[in-house]
Ligand binder design. Structure first.
Ligand code: ADP
Length: 698
């Protein structure tokens, strides 16, 4: 190593070159004086002269240097110049370095050739000409310099090319980053633009939310941070009934790598429900980053509500058409009502009751809960109160658990339908009310139809009955009349008229007159009816004594009273004057008295009859009280109608017109008629008439 210290570096600039870098020239000679001599000759600011005193030293230097030229002494101990050159030429890296041999001896051909064989480019002999040496070295130095410059130029070129490539790459990268950024922004804009939907992603195992779009807060109400911070946010807030299906779907998406959709409910922050349509897919998170679950949940609450409404409307339309069918099937109102009850329960309500007004105007339950329906008391005070109010006002009563609706026919409320919920948690809403109103209007129409049908049936029945009774009644006086006439004709034929005593003739004529009177009154009644039904009862008002009229009627019917074994008491209170002048239609008022008296005789035969008069300032009350068969409560109103009778034609004769005519006359006078009666105890018909009537048409 110490030999290496002999390698001296002389730094001198090379005037010919402007590169500034020194050219290395290796001088190899075992003799130091030779080395100094060479150094003296070659000394130049452009050269870096390296001196080596052996072939070995030269080779070491060459391990990591590349001089422009080597000046090599041939004669050296150990490794001589040729051997050293041989090693240099065999090495790939140093092979091209030019070598100039310098020797003092052996100028013969043999040496020269050997030198060239070892790769010498030139051969110099001592004593050498310094100029020639200098110029030879200068040639190689220049070559090396040019070579170096070329290399440098090439390096620069490569460097520039590399920089260019790098710049282009950087530009490309920048461009793609920008594009990526734009894409991401677009994507985010797109996501944020989804108004009715939430875009979210989650871990496939823990389902921890890794991303959620801002719309989530507006749609579900939870703060955005809660989605990712709360563990199992998704499963915590999904509707409990939909949790299993959501779990199963997620497992399918992850396990089978399939895109799947499902409709499910979530509970919003305010506790209400929302319907979402969620599309789920498995997506890569990037290179080697695994997969995640990505989803878009769209708010379909409105759609679900619309679907539900459609279903409900269809159900109701089906229900109403079924109801209409049932309503049209029977004309028996009770059967119809119980069928309707079967329709309502349990589809709409847990129970349904129907109340109908009885003859006293009190609601009476006609369709009740079946035995198996619990806790329903049709008589519960609350229900009865509601039903009474509905019937009175004709408007529905609406509670969350009960809807009570009026049943009306042509504006007249006759009952109520009560729909009740007592088993389920369900509560009635306004839609139920509207629907039940629709139903009850159909029920009412149907009941109206069945009532009309029943009225028509009854009218047909009473007409038939009237015809048979009327023909019987008309025939009854005709038979004795015919008999009387036949007696007289037979007597005439036998020419024995002179044998008949005048009393007997008078008797026959009186009997005939009575029968004609009966016929006349029957025909009068019938004519009255046709007149009244054409709205033509015109009063012929005049002053007359009412007391006297009553007494006249009693006189006229003395024989009927006698025959019926009735005792008539005409009772006038002490302070009542014996005569009472009224301004009424005398003929019609007489008709009232006759009809009421004949009825009292007919239905109270064998029992006393009590007639009383009470006079007030503007009116007078006349009562006909008997102790006969009485009138059943349900008939009390009906018997004042045309052809209506409370008895059969077999037990009592009559056309069912008397009370009807009485009522029409009383009404025409602006008065009223009342009946107090109990079956089997008797009846009191009380007529109230004004003392002075005004002429009106009935
Ligand atoms: P008619 O006597 O010809 O049947 P009315 O119109 O006079 O017709 O009477 C109608 C019905 O009223 C009778 O059929 C009878 O059932 C009942 N009625 C009338 N007056 C009395 C009475 N005083 N007592 C009991 N029932 C009566």
């Amino acid at each position: 190593m110490s030999n290496l210290l002999n390698i001296l570096k002389i730094k001198q600039p090379l005037s010919n070159f402007d590169s500034g870098a020194l050219i290395d020239v290796l001088l190899v000679d075992d003799r130091e004086d030779n080395l100094y001599a060479l150094e003296a000759v070659l000394s130049s600011p452009n050269y870096n002269l390296i001196k080596a005193q052996s072939g070995d030293q030269a080779l070491r230097y060459l391990l990591d240097h590349r001089p422009a030229v080597i000046l090599m002494d041939v004669q050296m101990p150990d490794l001589d110049g040729f051997e050293t050159a041989g090693i240099i030429k065999r090495n790939e890296r140093t092979r091209d370095i030019p070598i100039i041999f310098i020797t003092a001896i052996d100028k013969d051909e043999h040496y020269v050739h050997k030198g060239y064989d070892y790769g010498a480019v030139d051969y110099l002999y001592k004593p050498y000409d310094p100029h020639i040496l200098k110029s030879k070295v200068a040639v190689f130095a220049e070559l090396a310099q040019k070579n170096r410059m070329l290399l440098e130029a090439e390096r620069q070129l490569r460097l520039n090319e590399k920089k260019d490539r790098e710049r282009q790459l950087a530009q490309l990268e920048l461009k793609s980053m920008r594009r990526e950024q734009t894409e991401q922004k677009k994507y985010l804009d797109l996501i944020e633009g989804i108004d009715q939907g939430v875009v979210w992603s989650a871990d496939t195992n823990s389902l921890a939310i890794s991303f959620v779009s801002k719309s989530a807060e507006r749609i579900l109400g939870y703060p955005i941070e809660q989605w990712s911070e709360e563990r199992s946010f998704l499963l915590n807030h999904i509707h409990p009934d939909d949790r299993r299906q959501m779990n199963a779907t997620i497992q399918q998406v992850v396990g089978e790598k399939r895109n799947l959709n499902l409709d499910h409910r979530m509970i919003k922050a305010d506790g209400t429900e929302i319907w979402l349509h969620t599309g789920l897919r498995l997506a890569s998170k990037g290179e080697n980053a695994g997969h995640e679950l990505r989803a878009l949940s769209v708010d379909i609450t409105k759609l679900k509500e619309a679907e539900e409404l459609l279903r409900e409307n269809k159900r109701r339309a089906d229900f109403l058409s079924e109801a209409s069918l049932i309503l049209s099937q029977s004309l028996d109102s009770l059967i119809t009502l119980s069928h309707i009850r079967q329709l309502i329960v349990p589809q709409i309500a847990d129970n349904a009751l129907v109340h109908v007004l009885n003859h006293e105007g009190i609601p009476h339950c006609v369709v009740e809960s079946p035995d198996q329906a619990p806790n329903i008391d049709a008589k519960s005070s609350e229900l009865v109160a509601d039903v009474s109010e509905v019937v009175k006002k004709g408007v529905p009563v609406f509670h969350s658990k009960a809807i009570i609706l009026p049943l009306s026919i042509r504006g007249k409320t006759f009952g109520a339908l009560s729909c009740l919920i007592h088993e389920s948690d369900r509560e009635f809403n306004q839609d139920d009310l509207a629907f039940l109103e629709d139903l009850t209007s159909r029920v009412s129409t149907s009941l109206d139809n069945s009532n009309l049908y029943q009225e028509v049936q009854a009218a047909v029945r009473s007409r038939d009955e009237f015809f048979s009774v009327a023909s019987h009644e008309l025939k009854t006086p005709l038979t004795p009349l015919k008999l009387q006439i036949q007696i007289l004709m037979r007597t005439l034929k036998n020419d024995s008229l002179k044998d008949l005593k005048p009393e007997r003739i008078e008797q026959i004529l009186k009997a005939s007159d009575r029968q004609i009177g009966k016929l006349t009154s029957l025909i009068d009644n019938l004519m009255d009816i046709s007149r009244i039904s054409r709205g033509k009862m015109k009063l012929d008002l005049d002053h007359f004594d009412l007391m006297e009229l009553i007494r006249d009627v009693l006189d006229r019917f003395a024989s009927e009273i006698y025959n019926a074994k009735c005792e008539v008491k005409f009772d006038v209170p002490k302070d009542t004057p014996a005569s009472l002048t009224v301004f009424l239609d005398q003929f019609r008022v007489e008709q009232i008295f006759v009809n009421l008296l004949t009825n009292a005789i007919k239905y109270g035969a064998g029992k006393p009859i009590h007639i009383s008069v009470a006079v007030f300032q503007d009116s007078v009350k006349i009562s006909f009280q008997d102790s006969g068969i009485g009138v059943a409560p349900e008939d009390k109103k009906r018997i004042f109608e045309r052809f209506e009778r409370g008895v059969s034609g077999l037990s009592f004769s009559g056309l069912g017109l008397g009370l009807y005519i009485v009522k029409q006359i009383v009404d025409a006078h602006g008065g009223k008629i009342e009946l107090a009666s109990e079956l089997g105890t008797g009846s009191t018909f009380t007529v109230t008439l004004p003392i002075e009537a005004k002429n009106t048409e009935s």
